[in-house]
Write a protein that binds this ligand. Structure first.
Ligand SMILES: [Zn+2]
Length: 180
């Protein structure tokens, strides 16, 4: 399969910057968030970045939703978990505004921007998974990934950086924080 089989993810400079800042702020933990936008036959266009809390910080509650195989080896430093309640809110709000969930982003503190086996296991088909490396607190390489149709592996998805989107009147700003 060729890379061009995947349509590109179009993301604006300041949206990417928001992800970088979120990743740096959460270091050495993983950050996570949702990419909202619109997809047509040729591209996925990100309209909004929604920064979410990594539920792994709340180990007891996170274990209830998605238990970790080895809580001694796994924590918010190498795992992220989006709160299902937060995601529901974001999805509902997006639908009302005619946007869809294009994918998710998370950081890899001191690890390359490549999906882990864990990432693959819990990934949804079609969705974009943007991963950004944070090396000693500084955001570095990033890449976007999509599951292969048989779920056996992730395939790279091209990212195209675009001009910053200018929100129209009444339109929310491009980055929202669902926590502080
Ligand atoms: Zn990961």
């Amino acid at each position: 399969m060729q890379l061009t089989d995947h349509m590109p993810l179009l993301i604006a400079h300041d949206q990417l910057e928001a992800i970088r800042q979120h990743a740096a702020r959460e270091y050495p933990s993983e950050c996570c968030g949702v990419l909202l936008g619109l997809a047509d036959g040729s591209a996925k266009r990100v309209r909004e970045v929604v920064a979410l809390r990594n539920l792994r910080h709340d180990a007891a509650r996170a274990q209830e939703f998605l238990p970790l195989a080895d809580p001694w080896q796994e924590s918010e430093r190498n795992r992220y978990l989006i709160d299902p309640g937060d995601l529901l809110k974001v999805e509902k709000d997006a639908r009302q505004r005619g946007l869809e969930v294009l994918g998710y982003y998370h950081s890899h503190p001191d690890h390359p921007a490549r999906p882990s086996e864990y990432d693959r296991e819990y990934a949804w088909p079609w969705c974009s998974y943007v991963i950004i490396n944070v090396a000693e607190g500084r955001p570095g390489d990033y890449a976007s990934w999509v599951l292969a149709s048989d779920r056996s592996r992730f395939e790279p998805e091209p990212i195209e950086l675009t001009e910053n989107h200018r929100p129209e009147k009444g339109e929310p700003k491009e980055t929202r924080w669902l926590y502080r």
